[in-house]
Ligand binder design. Sequence first.
Ligand code: G4P
Length: 526
Amino acid sequence: MSLNKEINKRRTFGIVSHPDAGKTTLTEKLLLFGGAIQVAGAVKSNKIKKSATSDFMDIERQRGISVATSVMGFLYKDKQINILDTPGHKDFQEDTFRTLTAVDSAIVVIDVAKGVEPQTEKLVEVCKMRTTPMIVFINKLDREGKDAFDLLDEVEQKINLKACPLSWPVGMGQRFKGVYNIYEKKLVLFNPHSKQDDEDVVEINNLDDKLLDKLVGSEAAETLREEVMMLEEVYPPFNIDDYLKGELNPVFFGSAINNFGVKELLDCFVEIAPPPRARETEERIIEPDENKFSGFVFKIHANMDPKHRDRIAFMRICSGKFERNTNYYHVRNEKKIKFSNPTTFMASKKEIVEAAFPGDIVGLYDSGNFKIGDALTEGEKLHFKGIPSFSPEMFRIVHNADPLKAKQLNKGLEQLMDEGVAQMFIRDFGGSKIIGTVGALQFDVIQYRLEHEYGAKCQYEPIHLHKACWLSWDNENKFEEFKKIRKRDLAKDKHDNVVFLAESAWQMKTMQENFPEIKFHFTSDF
Ligand code: G4P
């Protein structure tokens, strides 16, 4: 098959949601459609429980399991679909952010009763940074929830998406009758007791058809007619170009657990979702159909077995064809490197892959060669953009608790930071090492892994900081001025970029106001 055919066949996407909205359930139903799993429940083992009491080792164990389900591939209607799993747990949000740099589109799941929740907002924001096309799936229609129009308002106001409903619910909760597929002009009837992949679909080209009254009752039929008329007046018609530009967002309604409305979503997805898109590097734009291979590492997963410190680096292929046992150029290390057992992930199975194409994710066994963001090419020096670190919000000073193991501690810290578990900043004043994370669990994870994988011990000292952000400036004098008064709050990240450690929101705001010539960046990607 030609490279172009391979590229056009692929759809690589991520599902994002606030925990509990139904991401895992939807993933599972999609896999069932693709025949990638045979029974419901197969994906559940990957689920990290979100209760406050969850023990971090449990989470690490779960993360171990999740290697196998980090990427779930299946074929549907002749398309190779790759779902990239995004951890739901808040403390692993940064993993999710990075995974989103490797997708070409996303599905946003929203709980009908809860509407747009805080994590949905953050994740959508990250997708928007890269103008990722997004489809919205409003889930749990079998339960009582918010009014569908109010939900569309929330989608527009809270997450700033341009809603374009392609299906519309007929009732909800106890009175839920089904959804009208506006896109295909079909009524899909809800029967919670029907066999799950057997949808009751009736074509209704004209909503005035009396058949509608017969199927859902006159009252519901009348409401549907009125509501669809209103939709047509208020919301723009679907336009694929606007969707692909990230300017229009199709909305579907359904109930993942009942496998209802999922097929409509998937059918529309395979039709409209983009094939692998071009990627930006600092040097130039990389088109997927370039003959030469290129790819970048967006996630590194540590082996859970302490006897084997090897890790799996997840690489997204951006252009050309990747082949097993072939020498590639590791741009940062300036070294040739080849892989004898790269793996792909077809849901339940991990398989050695001979060749992979743009949009594919391959797992590379790694003994410490990779950092997040690393590029592999056929020789060109490329640096992929858009794999940022985010401003951490929790901080602790790390100390060595075993003076004989200083080397091990430094190595361990360095490798854990390369994996993206947390970020480390070295304070200019005094040189203390400050670890910044997005979630409190990471501190326990670091301490545990340092001890079990590197034989090193660390202690934390609390430090009160509001946020770390990166600084850039054109006017050196202004920065010198800033430095004079905030010397104690300056640090360097691993690339020697200047970082400001703000003590409070108030201090951050004041500094931004007093130094308009200095730019304060909340991701490292500036
Ligand atoms: P997440 O990955 O986004 O965190 O959500 P997940 O799929 O695990 O779903 C969260 C809960 O919502 C689960 O219940 C799941 O069964 C339920 N759920 C998902 N889709 C629907 C739906 O369409 N309707 C209804 N009524 N519930 C839905 P749980 O009790 O937390 O877990 P479990 O015991 O069912 O596994």
